[in-house]
Design a protein around this ligand. Structure first.
Ligand SMILES: NC(=O)c1ccc[n+]([C@@H]2O[C@H](COP(=O)([O-])OP(=O)(O)OC[C@H]3O[C@@H](n4cnc5c(N)ncnc54)[C@H](O)[C@@H]3O)[C@@H](O)[C@H]2O)c1
Length: 251
C-alpha cells in the first residue's frame, strides 16, 4: 500500500489551472507521469514546466474534451507511447450562471457538451484499455450543485450536467467493478479558483458563515481527495460520490 504513483500514468482534463492544476502537481509530487488535456495552451505548458523543474514528467495535449475525435486521437497517441492510462481524472468543466429562462440553447448545449459529454468522451476512449488490463482508477469531478440542484453558484443547466456526472459515475462503477476498475466522483463545494470570480463579496461572507468549516475550499483540498481515491488505499471504494465541501452537504 502506498501513496507513491511511480510507474503510473495519470491523465487529467482541465489541468492547466485551478483544481486541475493542483491535481496535476499533486500527482507529479508523488511520481506519476502526468498528462494534461486542456484548451488553454500557455497555462498548461507552464504547469508542465513546473512539474519538470521539480524533477517530474509531464506532457500536454491540446484537446477539447467535448470533441470525441480529438479525445480519441490524443488517447490513441498516449496508448501508443505509454501503452496505458492508469488514472483518469475528469476535471475539465465550465460554469453557467444565468437563470433558466435566460439561458440560450447554445449555452446549455455547450455546458452539457463539456461537463457531461466530455466525461463520456474520455471514458469512452480510455475504458476499453482499462478493461483489457483489468486495472483503472477514474475520478470524476462533479459538484455539490449536482446533488442539491445548484443554488450556490451555477444554474439549473450546470446542476443537471453535474447530476449526470454523478449518475454516470455510479453506472460506470458497476460496469468496471468486475474488471478491477474503480470509478468515483468528488463533489467540491465552492473552491477558490477562477470559477468563483464574480461571486460578490457580501454573498461570499454570508455564505461562508453557513459552512461548518467556515471557509471555501482550496484546490489542494480537492487534489488530496483525488490522490486518495486513485491510491491503493481506496481499492475497495467504487461508485462513491465524495463531498469535499467543508461540511456543506452534511445531513
Ligand atoms: N471552483 C469551484 O467552486 C467548483 C465547485 C464545484 C465543482 N467544480 C468543478 O471543478 C472542476 C474544475 O473547476 P475549476 O474551479 O478549477 O475551474 P477553472 O475554470 O479554473 O478550470 C477549468 C479548467 O478546465 C479547462 N477546460 C474548460 N473547457 C474545456 C474543454 N472543453 N476541454 C478541455 N479543457 C477545458 C479550462 O481551460 C481550465 O483549465 C470543474 O469541473 C468544475 O465544475 C468547481
Amino acid at each position: 500500500m502506498t501513496f507513491d504513483f511511480s510507474g503510473k500514468l495519470a491523465l487529467i482534463t482541465g489541468g492547466a489551472r485551478g483544481i486541475g492544476k493542483a491535481i496535476a502537481l499533486a500527482f507529479a509530487s508523488k511520481n506519476a507521469v502526468v498528462v494534461l488535456f486542456d484548451i488553454i495552451e500557455q497555462e498548461a505548458k507552464s504547469v508542465i514546466k513546473e512539474i519538470e523543474e521539480k524533477g517530474g514528467r509531464g506532457e500536454f495535449y491540446k484537446v477539447d474534451v467535448s470533441n470525441l475525435e480529438e479525445v480519441k486521437e490524443a488517447v490513441s497517441g498516449l496508448l501508443s507511447k505509454y501503452g496505458k492510462v492508469d488514472i483518469l481524472v475528469n476535471n475539465a468543466g465550465i460554469v453557467y450562471t444565468k437563470p433558466f429562462v435566460e439561458c440560450l440553447p447554445e449555452g446549455w448545449t455547450k455546458v452539457i457538451a463539456v461537463n457531461l459529454m466530455g466525461v463520456f468522451n474520455t471514458c469512452y476512449a480510455v475504458f476499453p484499455k482499462m478493461l483489457e488490463r483489468r486495472y483503472g482508477k477514474i475520478i470524476n469531478i462533479a459538484s455539490v450543485a449536482g446533488k442539491r440542484g445548484g443554488g450556490i453558484f451555477g444554474n439549473s443547466i450546470y446542476a443537471a450536467s453535474k447530476g449526470g456526472v454523478i449518475a454516470f459515475t455510479k453506472a460506470l462503477a458497476r460496469e468496471g467493478g468486475p474488471y478491477g476498475i474503480n470509478v468515483n466522483a468528488i463533489c467540491p463545494g465552492p473552491t477558490e479558483t477562477r470559477m468563483l470570480e464574480g461571486f460578490p463579496d457580501d454573498k461570499r461572507k454570508s455564505f461562508i458563515e453557513t459552512i461548518p468549516l467556515r471557509r471555501f475550499g482550496k484546490p489542494e483540498d480537492i487534489a488530496f481527495a483525488v490522490l486518495f481515491l486513485a491510491s491503493d488505499y481506496a481499492d475497495f471504494i467504487t461508485g462513491e460520490i465524495m463531498d469535499v465541501d467543508g461540511g456543506i452537504m452534511m445531513d
